[in-house]
Design a protein around this ligand. Structure first.
Ligand SMILES: [Zn+2]
Length: 193
């Protein structure tokens, strides 16, 4: 897990957002290989092992053969230039490394990716039963299945910074502050306000 991601994570328990306290035990560069994250609100402690943050049990997404290419995902999000974070949720997180190559200096957060998606210097892997990112913390969110089919995950699009975009498959989440821009081929693109 990229150490600077700490500031953008939230405890998955149902309470107000708060900062989390990182205790890194083993680092490689700016990647936390072993350590823990503590929540000062509910006092839970979440482990980081083999560079993977586990906010709880979450089944790895099934691998897919019908995902959009990384270039298409970049175009959906309309991102250019370095800096910040993009979250990819579910099976589509398989594209995290390729998307990271298209977006130098942008860190990708693979949330509940397929089991064979490894963490790297440019990709953090997070396992979580609920959306693990703070509101307005990311330059883009890509909400793939199976989470895209679960209404409890719709709030993850609230992690997009105002004026920037979320994309996903299935039906676009109906929520205030999200303007639908386009929908085709089973994928939608929306802008946060
Ligand atoms: Zn908590």
């Amino acid at each position: 897990m990229f150490i600077e991601l700490t500031d953008h994570l939230r405890c998955p328990a149902e309470h107000e957002e708060s900062f989390l306290v990182l205790i890194p035990d083993t680092m490689r560069g700016r990647t936390v290989l072993q350590g823990s994250l503590g929540c000062p609100v509910c006092h839970r402690v979440f482990p980081i092992g083999d560079a993977v943050l586990a906010f709880g049990a979450a089944a790895p997404a099934p691998p897919r053969t019908d995902l959009p290419e990384a270039e298409a995902l970049r175009a959906f999000l309309g991102i250019e230039g370095p800096g910040g974070f993009v979250a990819l949720v579910g099976s589509v997180a398989e594209r995290a490394a390729e998307l990271g190559q298209l977006l130098p200096g942008v860190h990708c957060v693979a949330v509940n990716p397929p089991a064979d998606v490894p963490p790297s210097a440019s990709v953090s892997v997070v396992r979580s039963p609920r959306p693990p990112l703070k509101a307005r913390s990311c330059r883009g969110v890509i909400l793939g299945a199976p989470e895209a089919l679960d209404p409890a995950w719709a709030e993850v699009v609230g992690s997009v910074l105002p004026g920037l975009r979320a994309t996903g498959e299935g039906a676009p989440p109906e929520r205030a502050g999200l303007e639908l821009l386009a929908s085709a081929g089973g994928w939608w693109v929306a802008r946060a306000s």
